[in-house]
Design a protein around this ligand. Structure first.
Ligand SMILES: O=C(O)CCC(=O)C(=O)O
Ligand SMILES: [Fe+2]
Length: 337
């Protein structure tokens, strides 16, 4: 079984180093070949055939490959959203970018903390969350995009607060680090998000760094006065709004508002941000799916085994393409024996 292979820590460590090295050098050139081999090995070992995926999943993956994001419409029912909100309402949450990630109570959050992430144990025990992350439509699309059976690496529920003075961290344009050889994220709003309430913003089609570099070079060749002005789009972790707005067409800088329950899948190698909310706090669930095992320790906090979760999933969604593979997909988030 592939899951046994991944338990060899040296193998995980080797792959993590490879990915981190390539990230430092800004060179992911060998990733496509390696990713293809890993996908083939995972699928073969687990008896998963991507050819069985429905056409809609393949079409979705094509859109993702072109646009960097794929809207899914409303994925979560209002009653489920209400149950999630109620479960989290009074729980303390962490400031992920402060040293030691301190917890704050919901009624005593400092003004310079723009968003908090709920404790990971609270996230995976929260009603409906595992089911949303394992929605068959989501798993089909993610499998088509990754070319193989995914591993759910982690899930975050983030509350972003309105009325803060300046945008911080992920509220500024960035491209996510290489979480894995291939990865995508699922985003679901758990509060109503209009233009003023901090929608996600994507720069359409900006996920390919080589292509972006070529576009920057072409621009500089045509306008020599621009030399150096746009390098920051590739070199700096956070990219100023003004540079993004100068370089890209306004029609390709796309905000994605939507009522609570709205979901989309994003290739977060593209430039993106969660806009600072002006009015109305924003609650969102974010799931990270990759091909390799997580590059961080497994949670295994859920009081459910992978097999129990698979049985629960069958009750919720019926027998399906992923029935045999749910304990593999969820092995970082459930207890697996
Ligand atoms: O806080 C946000 O909405 C931004 C999230 C983000 O950048 C990410 O999950 O990659
Ligand atoms: Fe991000």
């Amino acid at each position: 079984m592939v899951s046994d292979v991944w338990e060899h820590e040296w193998l995980q460590g080797l792959l993590c180093e490879l990915i981190e090295d390539a990230h430092r050098r800004g060179d992911a050139g060998q990733f496509p070949v390696l990713a293809e081999r890993v996908a083939t090995a995972v699928n073969r070992s687990l008896g998963f055939d991507p050819a069985g995926l429905e056409d809609a999943a393949r079409t979705g993956a094509e859109i993702l490959g072109r646009d960097s994001y794929l809207p899914l419409g409303r994925l979560v029912e209002p009653a489920q959203v209400a149950a999630i909100q109620a479960y989290l309402a009074d729980r303390p949450a962490r400031a992920p970018f402060l040293p030691d990630k301190p917890f704050f109570a919901q009624d005593s959050i400092p003004d310079d903390v723009n968003f908090l992430d709920f404790d990971r144990a609270d996230v995976i025990t929260c009603p409906h969350v595992l089911d949303i992350l394992n929605h068959p439509r989501v798993l089909s699309l993610v499998s088509a995009q990754l070319g193989g059976l995914p591993t759910l690496h982690c899930a975050i529920i983030r509350r972003s607060y309105a009325g803060r003075a300046v945008a911080r961290e992920n509220q500024l344009f960035h491209s996510d680090p290489w979480h894995c050889l291939r990865f995508v994220k699922l985003f679901i709003y758990l509060s109503d998000v209009d233009d003023a309430a901090g929608p996600h913003v994507y720069v359409r089609g900006s996920h390919d760094a080589e292509d972006l570099q070529a576009r920057i070079q072409a621009r500089v060749a045509a306008h020599p006065a621009d030399a150096g002005r746009f390098d920051i789009l590739l070199t700096s972790e956070r990219k100023p709004d003004s540079v993004v707005a100068d370089f890209f067409d306004a029609k390709d800088i796309v905000a994605m508002p939507g009522p609570a329950g709205t979901a989309f899948i994003g290739n977060t190698r593209a430039l993106h941000k969660g806009r600072l909310p002006d009015r109305g706090d924003r609650l969102a669930l974010i799931g990270l799916y990759g091909l390799l095992p997580g590059l961080r320790p497994a949670l295994r906090g859920r009081p459910l085994s992978g097999a129990d979760y698979a049985a629960h999933h069958r009750e919720t969604y019926g027998e399906g393409l992923f029935s045999n593979h749910l304990s593999y997909i969820n092995r970082m988030l459930t207890r697996w024996e």
